[in-house]
Ligand binder design. Structure first.
Ligand code: MG
Length: 458
């Protein structure tokens, strides 16, 4: 897939993502769904400054292609997915997820409410390549209407899908940090309705992201940690820009690693014979949890598209996949829906902390060290040189090499992965080992070679 990266299409607004590129994409999307028999499509967006303009461009294009358009306004991606599923219509979500404020992009959703799988994305890409046009007659154009009910329907859906009594009886105080993104519109109410005392930081929807950038990484969550600490809260919950991810802070104000939270949730969910789907960048702690439960880990390339596709494949083979996801807070519970839902994930985590503090819930999964590093590039030539350097380091390493996504080197005491980002001009390096020093060394091996290779070209 050229156009669609690991999580849809994203880029800097008015650079790689322009009104013209949205028209081209929406034309191809509209033609695809029209040919598939659809007569209506939904559009939602996150809080980015470019959202209203790009959503309007998409809406006009889709209506010109003969589809009625339901405009849902600012909503989390999982809320748009829930609307698509209950209405049995496809949807477009205008979001750049966790990318910086200057970015925007599109996630494509099918009438089953799931992110489109690879074969459908490829079919739409072929229409893009063929420069699809619209041929709807003047009296067959679609209508555009505003739908106000999708937000409340989504809040109801999350609240009724979890064990509300268990959460409410624990009398939890939670601090919610939606990072000025789409979760601002929904998560505070969801957790109030679950019986929690709710405090918030960065919870006014604002596409300038004045309090923090949309990515819920530790560097961006100092306000959340401080607020949890100073208010004696039981849990801090952070979302990314479209609120399909949840990252946690424990009751002491300490950041909980995404991989530790995933392992804790998986431990509660997995039984013998189950499968859990995850990406090659995920901590081996998930593998240890699966082994102990008698479950099997299925590894995919990084990105929710691959994970959703693999879940569908496994379920069609009759396998049970109760949980899936990555250590970045993007977790799927297929019984609820093969979607990533930050509020639902956080509510499930609240079930776990109803009986013991968050720090104790994750303590069994905290004994390993993950180090991540990004190396930027400015040109295709630099990118190529960096990828060649990765291959050389891998060949010379003597480690077991896994090529599921990039190069992952397996050692007895850890692993390291290097791969180009699917959404940004970066090569990402991840390593995990028993000690932080060893993990840092593993990253350095790739990082030094990659930087040198880039700088020779630059
Ligand atoms: Mg996201």
């Amino acid at each position: 897939m050229e156009v669609f990266g690991s999580s849809g299409t994203r880029g800097v607004v008015n650079d790689s993502v322009t009104p013209a590129s949205v028209v081209e994409l929406a034309t191809a999307v509209g033609a695809h769904w029209h040919a598939a028999g659809a007569d209506r499509i939904a559009i939602g967006r996150d809080t980015r400054t470019s959202g209203p303009a790009l959503a309007s461009v998409a809406a006009g294009t889709l209506a010109s292609g003969g589809l009625d358009v339901d405009r849902l306004g600012v909503l989390p991606t999982p809320a748009v997915q829930a609307y698509a599923a209950t209405e049995s219509i496809p949807a477009m979500m205008i979001t750049a997820s966790h990318n910086p404020p200057a970015h925007n992009g599109v996630k494509l959703i099918g009438p089953d409410g799931l992110e489109l799988q690879i074969d459908t994305l490829e079919a739409i890409e072929r229409r893009l390549d063929a420069k699809a046009t619209t041929d709807a007659a003047w009296d067959a154009l679609g209508e555009i209407r505003t739908v106000e009910t999708a937000r409340d329907r989504y809040v109801d859906r999350v609240v009724s899908a979890v064990d509300r009594d268990r959460i409410a009886s624990a009398d939890l105080t939670v601090v919610i940090d939606p990072g000025h993104g789409a979760g601002s519109a929904t998560s505070p109410e969801i957790f109030r309705r679950l019986g929690c005392t709710v405090r918030t930081v960065n919870a006014q929807p604002d596409g300038h992201f004045p309090g923090r950038d949309p990515e819920p990484v530790p560097d961006n969550l100092s306000d959340l940690r401080a607020t949890v600490d100073s208010t004696d809260a039981d849990l801090g919950i952070a979302h990314d820009g479209d609120a399909d991810r949840a990252i946690f802070v424990d009751e002491t104000g300490t950041q909980i690693e995404g991989d530790a939270a995933l392992a804790a949730l998986a431990d509660a969910e997995l039984s013998a014979g189950d499968s859990v789907v995850t990406a090659v960048s995920t901590s081996r702690r998930l593998g240890q949890v699966a082994d102990a439960a008698g479950a099997r880990v299925e590894y995919t390339p990084i990105g929710s598209t691959h994970i959703v596709s693999r879940i569908a494949d496994l379920e069609s083979e009759g396998r049970s996949v109760p949980i899936a996801g990555e250590g970045n807070g993007g977790i799927l519970f297929p019984a609820y829906g093969a979607i990533r839902d930050g509020a639902y994930t956080a509510a499930r985590f609240c079930e776990l902390i109803a009986d013991e503090p968050a720090s104790q819930v994750v303590a069994p999964y905290s004994g390993s060290h993950i180090v991540r590093e990004n190396v930027h590039y400015d040109s295709e030539a630099e990118r190529e040189a960096m990828l060649e350097a990765i291959a050389s380091v891998a060949e010379a390493s003597g480690a077991t090499i896994d090529r599921t996504d990039g190069f992952r080197l397996e050692y007895d005491d850890g692993w390291v992965l290097a791969r180009p980002s699917g959404t940004e001009p970066l090569v990402r390096i991840y390593a995990e080992a028993d000690t932080a020093d060893r993990a840092t060394d593993l990253v350095s091996e790739f990082e030094t070679a990659i930087r040198e290779a880039r700088d020779v070209v630059a």
